[in-house]
Design a protein around this ligand. Structure first.
Ligand SMILES: Nc1nc2c([nH]c(=O)n2[C@H]2C[C@H](O)[C@@H](COP(=O)(O)OP(=O)(O)OP(=O)(O)O)O2)c(=O)[nH]1
Length: 157
C-alpha cells in the first residue's frame, strides 16, 4: 500500500476539487490543515471538494468562505492536475479584498501564512500535489498575472 495522505479514498470514485491561489505582494495565501481533516498538519491552498451541480468557481467561493471567512473572487483557471490518489484538482487564481479580515475556521484550518513561492516549495509540510503545482509554475507551464517570475529574488523579499 502507498502511504499518501488520501489513500483511504476508494480509487474507483473519481473526486474533483478546486483550490484558490491567492497572491498578495508576491506571496501566496497558504493554510495549515487542522488535525480534524485528511492530511492533518499539511500546508496547502484553501479549497476543497466540488459538490454535485456546483461549478469550480462556486466551489472555490464556498470553500474559501468556509475555511477562512472571506469573500473570494475567482479570476482565471490556471492549471489542472490529477493527484496520485486520483482526485482532479482545478487551480484557480483568485482575489480577496485588500482589507479582507481573514478568520480561520479552526475545525478545518490550524493557521494561515503568506509565503513566497520558494519558501512554500522548500517547506517540509507541503502537500505533494502542491509541490507539483509549484514545479509546473517554475517551468512556466502556466503563468499568474503580475507574477511572471515567481522564484526570482526581488528587491522587496
Ligand atoms: N484544499 C486543498 N486541497 C488540495 C490542494 N491540493 C490538492 O491536491 N488538494 C486535494 C486534496 C483532496 O484530494 C482534495 C480536496 O481536499 P479537502 O480535504 O480540502 O476537501 P474537503 O475538505 O472538501 O473534503 P471533502 O469534504 O470533500 O471530503 O484536493 C490544496 O492546495 N488545497
Amino acid at each position: 500500500m502507498t502511504s499518501h495522505p488520501y489513500n483511504r479514498q476508494t480509487p474507483s470514485v473519481r473526486r474533483k476539487a478546486a483550490v484558490a491561489v491567492i497572491v498578495r505582494q508576491r506571496r501566496l495565501l497558504v493554510i495549515r490543515r487542522s488535525q480534524n481533516v485528511p492530511a492533518p498538519g499539511k500546508l496547502c491552498f484553501p479549497g476543497g471538494g466540488i459538490q454535485p451541480n456546483e461549478s469550480e468557481q462556486e466551489a472555490v467561493v464556498r470553500e474559501i468562505a468556509e475555511e477562512i471567512g472571506v469573500s473570494c473572487f475567482p479570476q482565471q483557471k490556471i492549471w489542472h492536475s490529477q493527484t496520485s490518489w486520483g482526485t482532479d484538482v482545478a487551480w484557480w487564481a483568485a482575489e480577496i479584498a485588500e482589507d479582507a479580515q481573514i478568520e480561520i475556521n479552526l475545525d478545518e484550518v490550524a493557521e494561515y501564512f503568506w509565503l513566497r513561492p520558494a519558501e512554500l516549495h522548500a517547506h517540509v509540510d507541503l502537500l505533494p500535489s502542491n509541490h507539483e503545482f509549484l514545479s509546473a509554475w517554475k517551468a512556466q507551464t502556466f503563468t499568474i498575472a503580475d507574477f511572471s517570475d515567481p522564484f526570482a529574488r526581488h528587491a522587496d523579499d
